[in-house]
Design a protein around this ligand. Sequence first.
Ligand code: CA2
Length: 145
Amino acid sequence: MKRVMILNGPNLNLLGVREPHIYGTTTLAEIKDACERAAAARGLTIAFHQSNHEGELVDLIQSARESADAIVINPAGYSFTSIAMVDAIKAFDGTVLEVHISNIHARDELHRHSKISHAATGVICGLGPYGYVAALHALAEMKNG
Ligand code: CA2
């Protein structure tokens, strides 16, 4: 059974609570539920995490080297700054799918250029919370996902 670590970066714990005009009304707990349903349907196991701390996210990415076959990551604000997360992702051998709820390419300059994409296998953005579920379906379809 393919093991997927799902990682969420800073402030995503506020989803559905603040700025619904940008990020919608779905909470992170609801996204976790949707991921659990999709994973069960597709024969995947998931470990779902959120952290506001860059070092903790780096530790989780490193731990995925032992505990996961693939990573789905929404690096949130660290997308635009974190070389440490890029380096940790490069040390992971499996598939890495970067997910953004919003279409970062349609946003302001500050939110447009993810450094993480350089190290990701693929990027999904602008599909809303469904992006996480789409990433799981993609991993289930990918031979080496
Ligand atoms: O669209 C996404 O998923 C983002 O990764 C979300 C990040 C943003 O910096 C990226 O450009 C795109 C921000 C996450 C902050 O989440 C909040 C949720 C509710 C209220 C405030 C922030």
